[in-house]
Design a protein around this ligand. Sequence first.
Ligand code: HEM
Ligand SMILES: *[C@@H]1O[C@H](CO)[C@@H](O)[C@H](O)[C@H]1NC(C)=O
Ligand SMILES: *[C@@H]1O[C@H](CO)[C@@H](O)[C@H](O)[C@H]1NC(C)=O
Ligand SMILES: *[C@@H]1O[C@H](CO)[C@@H](O)[C@H](O)[C@H]1NC(C)=O
Length: 327
Amino acid sequence: MHRSRGFNGFVLLMGVFMLCLAANSQLTTDFYSKTCPNVLQIVRREIVKAIKVEMRMAASLTRLHFHDCFVNGCDASLLLDGSDSEKLALANLNSARGFEVVDAIKAAVESQCSGVVSCADILAIAARDSSGGPTWKVPLGRRDGLVANLTAANTTSLPSPFENLTVITNKFAAVGLDIKDVVSLSGAHTIGLAKCGTFNNRLFDFGGTGAPDSTIEATMLSDLQNLCPLNGDVDKTTALDRNSQDLFDNHYFQNLLNNKGVLGSDQILYSSNEAISTTKALVESYSSNANLFFTDFTNSMIKMGNISPHTGSNGEIRKNCRVVNSS
Ligand code: HEM
Ligand SMILES: *[C@@H]1O[C@H](CO)[C@@H](O)[C@H](O)[C@H]1NC(C)=O
Ligand SMILES: *[C@@H]1O[C@H](CO)[C@@H](O)[C@H](O)[C@H]1NC(C)=O
Ligand SMILES: *[C@@H]1O[C@H](CO)[C@@H](O)[C@H](O)[C@H]1NC(C)=O
């Protein structure tokens, strides 16, 4: 009796111990130190090359990791081609870019350590290296998923610039991210571009939409109306941070204080009624304290990179990031 209770207690303790292990030690920063010791240098070299060709690629690569992690976890499902490709989702079609650069990185890595480094890890390292923002040790050891999910990418998982703060916050919460993550990660919009089609709903009154949005600063409003006229080219672009578009800094948050957020989903962090008690204070803090933004952004990127990774014998190490390995 005694013995068996002790034994049950032991089993229970071991169970709890192993659960803790599983939760904490899935990814490690030295995962490839034996199997591909130069992986970080190889990725960085390819990114430097790509950014020399086109500065914007820095932003595009940063965004890919986000769009990967929100659908099926950080498993490179975004990179798969085919009829169920997440690349066809509204948020990605004619918008997500950098896939050729990822192919080049993968090829360079494969040439030194074949079949070892996952595409999901390449996206995580690239997001860190490309942004030009704060740096950190990237937890590694993710394996690549075997399926994409277009439906999830199109509707349930990726946030849209037209959604309100409650909906966006819920999409972050669905992958274990909180309000602070919403605000600090939105700070990635300190680099990169947005198309007219992603914010022109704020510029004109299409009938009952309440536009022009009262939370757009007047000069920026007329600039953007000129860039994106009614019935104009919705693919024309402007900087998300019209103050310093190539620099990873805290101007994005300063812009919000001045009603110069480009996307509706940017400006609501500061201006919407929903923002008052939650996100507004964070925007103010980051706008006056770049170091705080960098610290919180780093923590949130690591948290985002931890969304449901495949580890152990789950998933696979893809040879080509665009297709699952043939068995
Ligand atoms: C909070 C919800 C978010 C929404 C609604 C959103 C929406 C958008 C939209 C509409 C664009 C412009 C796309 C285009 O015109 O083609 C964009 C660009 C971008 N987003 Fe987000 N985003 C969000 C969060 C994030 C997060 C968490 C990150 C990364 C950590 C991120 C990184 C970027 C970057 C770097 C760009 C510029 C990409 C480029 O120039 O190629 N965004 N986002
Ligand atoms: C794809 O995502 C949708 C919406 O989140 C979900 O209902 C569906 O079960 C997913 N399909 C697969 C194959 O995981
Ligand atoms: C994505 O969703 C939109 C509506 O949100 C729909 O019009 C479109 O057909 C969908 N596209 C795909 C490829 O599922
Ligand atoms: C946010 O949008 C959702 C879906 O459109 C809607 O049901 C909800 O009422 C909105 N919330 C606020 C506070 O506007």
